[in-house]
Design a protein around this ligand. Sequence first.
Ligand code: C2E
Ligand code: MG
Ligand code: MG
Ligand code: MG
Length: 285
Amino acid sequence: RAKQAGGNRVEVALPVGAACGVPADGDEPAVLAAVAEDQLRLHYQPIVRLADRRIDSMEALLRWQHPVRGLLAPGEFLPAAARAGHMPLLDRWVLGRACADLAEVRAALGRAAPSKVNVNISAASLETPFDDMVLDALAEAGLPPHSLRLELPENAELEALATASPRLARLAEHGVRLTLDDMGAGSTNLRYLSTLDVQGIKIDRGFVAGMLHNPRDHAVVKLLSDLGHGLGLRTTAEGVENAEQLAVLDDLGVPYAQGFHLGAPQPLAAVRRLLRARVPSGTAM
Ligand code: C2E
Ligand code: MG
Ligand code: MG
Ligand code: MG
């Protein structure tokens, strides 16, 4: 059970014995301790507009600064958190922090600040009243809804999305942007594009990784790029790791890209330095 206590502070009632220690893999209450002990961090990865190579927006990516195991990536703790039913709590924390961070960058950098922050929302949250959660987070940070882009997971069941659809529509009416993450991987259903108020797609990095050598991967990237143009969607290629891949994406007319070659996920302070320079780093970090 968690109670909102203003801003992105979340008070968590911990089960007895859950506080800290050395959580083994799959120690499910551990992630609640991470919230309570203020060990969660957000890193931000620039999303670059290829026309001018400028940073357009940034994606918030969750990290756990673990006292013993060091900085953990989402793959190391989100599966256990999801099994324990804690994803809505984590998503709420991320939304609060990401909105507060964008508000702060905006106050400091003005027009050099990114226009939006992208936040990943889990399939589990889509089955909750997440629209209120999202609008609350925006209001607490004093951000207009068009400052936020939600990345919808491709692993959400179609039924869950059908249930979520009116809430997504409500958010879209407020101006929150919606984009489909990891398009082409797994079971992404094209029906999402005709039934949800989605304005963007992100091409899964697996296709970008393969497209220089595998003509089929190249064909999939081209297909998704053409689909994006045809439907008037904002298309972003994920996982760009080198200049050759960037050249192919330029060629295909993909408008936005993200990847280690354009900027790795990094703490907010580092992104702020990049933004002050108003150009992406252009090199792997
Ligand atoms: P995603 O949303 O598709 O995020 C992109 C992932 O690709 C990130 O991994 C990022 O670090 C990685 N990446 C970026 N550029 C490159 C590149 O050039 N090459 C390669 N190989 N990888 C690249 P990360 O941070 O480990 O996150 C993994 C997944 O965990 C995310 O995939 C997302 O599904 C989930 N996730 C991360 N943060 C959150 C969060 O705050 N909330 C929720 N619900 N899920 C999150
Ligand atoms: Mg994402
Ligand atoms: Mg993705
Ligand atoms: Mg992914």
